[in-house]
Design a protein around this ligand. Structure first.
Ligand code: ATP
Ligand code: MG
Length: 436
């Protein structure tokens, strides 16, 4: 992608009403646009990150045996009335609407009810189980506060997955598979070392849940981490009984702020009993399906990476989810206007730099390296570098007269700041050789 053709705009200043670091950085770097509190549009750079995150999640869900579906966002109240969750007393964040004929509808805030009801049409025998079903779907939640940027939206994309098993033992196998998949997802997205497997409360349908909590001061949760085992306990469930059960001495725990990037819930048979999802087992007996549910906020994950891995110059993307692998900066000739004599000379060299940079751009792409190529003529070198830092691609490559004269390019790693002067072939080898 040529920068001159990229639909975005970087800004020195954050939107005035934006407090959250993730949204400030992502807005300034031109990844997102704030439509209103809690609702953000994805611009091309942001959408590329979201697509890559979805790609990682999809791979891990499919590796675990998941089937991808896409349920509707419009939801009929009937099925929610059967579990009691159509009520505002039980679920306080419904967005509702009405049809022309006056009948009420809900906008999806989650999908346990519709999916369980749907499966009654497809599951009847032990041969139809187990199943893991997932989707990437837009959820609407009328959140009370929406001050955490894309960490808490009123409209956001969630990956939700639901498991359906014949027995508790079979459920436990699926649950463990999902737990492993989540561990890999957060690892691959670059926040593994900051993310803690955390015991939490179960809400209305579960005994207990487990959360994946990423340490950040932007987080709304308080957790107690156990550094040796990289596990944690959410403050909402911390008590003597649980400490005894987990065999963790209170004094080893350290209090931290964290954001829940994902969670996994055993649901037992509550939904299947209320909605009639039963199967006939090997001995001909009818039994309710044992369920689990597993969520990840896709935008929240992008925002969490923005919070956790950025520095004072801007975003810092791990290559696995970066919108592009490398940022190629072609530096224009700054002395172009100095004298008429050198004008001709320098303009000639500039053309060579253009040809050189164009060639590298094509060669990198031919080797599977995605490149944002800053080919702009009308901005200063300072602005080009500031934009590269702000956008935060893993590698910045500079093509200038100076580097060309040495037959090399300057390559800088965004995260460490390490700089190398290397030839084109070596550069391609290094970038093409690296895979997450
Ligand atoms: P929280 O405790 O943060 O309010 P939750 O417990 O309501 O979240 P779930 O209903 O289990 O979350 O949703 C699954 C995942 O969706 C969460 O782990 C989180 O990553 C993400 N998520 C939840 N609410 C939001 C939101 N308002 N905006 C963005 N992502 C969200
Ligand atoms: Mg929660």
């Amino acid at each position: 992608m040529r920068f001159s053709e990229l639909f975005t705009k970087t800004r020195r200043e954050a939107p005035k009403d934006e407090q959250a670091k993730n949204a400030v950085l992502l807005s300034r770097a031109g990844f997102i646009y704030k439509e209103m509190a809690g609702a953000y549009t994805l611009l091309p750079l942001g959408l590329r990150v979201i697509r890559k995150i979805e790609g990682i999640i999809r791979e891990e869900m499919e590796r675990a045996g998941g089937n991808e579906v896409l349920l509707t966002t419009l939801q009929s109240p009937a099925v929610w009335e059967r579990t009691g969750r159509w009520s505002d007393e039980i679920v306080d964040n419904w967005f509702r609407t009405v049809l022309k004929d006056g009948s009420p509808l809900g906008l999806a805030h989650t999908h346990e009810e519709p999916l369980t009801a749907l499966l009654t049409h497809y599951i009847s025998s032990y041969r139809d189980l187990p199943r893991l079903i997932f989707q990437f779907q837009t959820k609407f939640r009328n959140e009370l506060r929406a001050k955490s940027g894309i960490l808490r939206g009123r409209e956001f994309v969630m990956k939700d997955c639901y498991s359906f098993a014949r027995t508790e033992a079979e459920h436990a196998v699926l649950y463990q598979r999902m737990k492993d998949a989540y561990t890999r997802i957060f690892e691959r997205a670059g926040i593994g070392e900051h993310t803690y497997f955390t015991r939490a409360s179960g809400g209305s349908f579960s005994r207990a849940s487990e959360e994946f909590q990423t340490l950040t001061d932007a987080g709304e949760d308080t957790i107690y981490i156990e550094p040796d085992t990289h596990t944690a306990i959410n403050a909402e469930v911390l008590d003597e009984t649980l400490l005894a059960e987990l065999n963790v001495p209170r004094e080893r725990l350290v209090e931290k702020k964290a954001i829940e990037v994902g969670n996994i819930f055993p649901l037992g048979t509550k939904f299947s009993e209320l909605l009639g999802l039963v199967f006939t087992d090997e001995s001909g007996e009818k039994r309710p399906v044992v369920m689990g549910c597993y969520g990840i906020g896709v935008g929240r994950l992008m925002g969490t990476v923005a919070e956790v891995l950025s520095d004072n110059r801007g975003l810092v993307w791990p290559r696995s989810i970066a919108p592009f692998d490398a940022h190629l900066v072609r530096i224009r000739n700054s002395k172009l206007e100095i004298s008429s004599e050198s004008h001709i000379h320098k303009a000639q060299i500039t053309n060579d730099v253009v040809a050189e940079a164009d060639g590298l751009y094509a060669a990198l792409q031919a080797h599977g390296v995605s490149v944002l190529y800053d080919d702009r003529q009308d901005v200063s070198v300072g602005e080009q570098f500031a934009d590269a830092d702000l956008i935060g691609l893993p590698y910045r490559i500079v093509a200038s007269e100076k580097t060309m004269a040495a037959g090399k390019y300057e390559m800088r790693e965004r995260r460490s700041g390490a700089v190398d002067l290397i030839g084109g072939d070596e550069l391609i080898r290094r970038l093409a050789g690296h895979r997450d």
